[in-house]
Design a protein around this ligand. Structure first.
Ligand SMILES: O=C(O)C(=O)C[C@]1(C(=O)O)C=C[C@@H](O)C=C1
Length: 273
């Protein structure tokens, strides 16, 4: 089995993807990962969707709405960032925007004058630090040593995330034909294409009436017009369960002119690396 995830090698996504496949390929955006799986290039894709400090990875949510893929598994991993550089002084801190945000307080406190530079991934930021002594990267501490003869970096500080409990949720996507009803959780995207008082309440009642717990609801702009939204809903029941089917049946009736996209049912795995 071959998986594709956010690269280059050494990203947190890469660490999560190792729990899925031995053979891991890379892309530099989550949209490209989801599209590569939808197009049949890879068996599995691993994309970050949510972080306990910074919240949604919105590009992933939007990519999952657009592409024909199924969600087949969820991986939750702790995220412990280190500050890596060639020397103790630097002018720029380069990392993924999520990582920069997860260390916002630390950077403000310790390096208020350093410029923040958002790059495609934490590993890309570490590469920048390896190439340029005026740059520090934020990433997993194991990235300090170069595995291809490049400069080894110093670990200037560890555990610099603003909450020690920092964790990220990754979704494992597969081709559309691998969608399954088995699993303890289900993800759906709902586009009501309507706007009236109580619409959201009615959608939520479909789940509440069957005692189905929602673990998350997130609105994203539909892109059609300002104030028009679609909803990413995760609930704690598998599609094999009658109560889940009944709740979704109600939602489908409510959205009339809109649509419901079922991403799939799956189980959660906690991976510590
Ligand atoms: O840049 C990486 O290392 C990634 O895998 C991406 C990502 C993210 O998008 O949230 C994954 C986990 C961490 O939250 C920080 C960055």
């Amino acid at each position: 089995m071959q998986a594709v995830t956010l690269g280059p090698a050494g990203t947190y996504s890469h660490r999560a993807a190792r729990a899925v496949a031995d053979d891991v390929a890379f892309r530099e955006s989550v949209t490209a990962i989801v599209e590569a799986v939808a197009g049949g290039e890879y068996d599995r894709g691993v994309v970050p969707v949510e972080n306990s400090i910074e919240g949604s990875v919105t590009e992933s949510l939007d990519a999952l709405t657009e592409a024909d893929v199924a969600v087949v598994r969820e991986i939750v991993t702790p995220i412990r960032h280190a500050l890596l550089a060639q020397a103790e002084t630097f002018e720029v801190v380069a990392s993924h925007s999520q990582a920069l945000a997860q260390c916002r307080d630390y950077l403000e406190r310790e390096y208020p004058d350093a410029r923040r530079e958002a790059v495609a991934s934490t590993a890309r930021g570490v590469e920048r630090a390896r190439e340029d002594p005026s740059v520090a990267g934020i990433g997993h501490p194991a990235n300090a040593a170069s595995d291809d003869g490049g400069v080894d970096l110093r670990v200037l500080a560890e555990d610099i995330q603003d909450q020690s409990s920092n964790a990220t949720r990754f979704l494992v996507v597969a081709g559309d034909d691998e969608r399954t009803e088995a699993g303890g959780k289900t993800s759906v995207v709902v586009y009501p294409d309507a706007n009236y008082p109580g619409l959201l309440l009615e959608l939520l009642e479909a789940f509440a009436d069957r005692d189905v717990n929602l673990s998350r609801i997130e609105s994203r702009p539909s892109g059609e017009r300002l104030g028009d939204y679609l909803f990413h809903i995760d609930f704690e029941a598998g599609l094999y369960e009658e109560r889940a089917q009944a709740a979704l049946g109600d939602v489908e009736e409510l959205v009339g002119d809109g649509w419901v996209r079922v991403l799939g049912s799956y189980d959660t795995e906690h991976v510590v690396y």
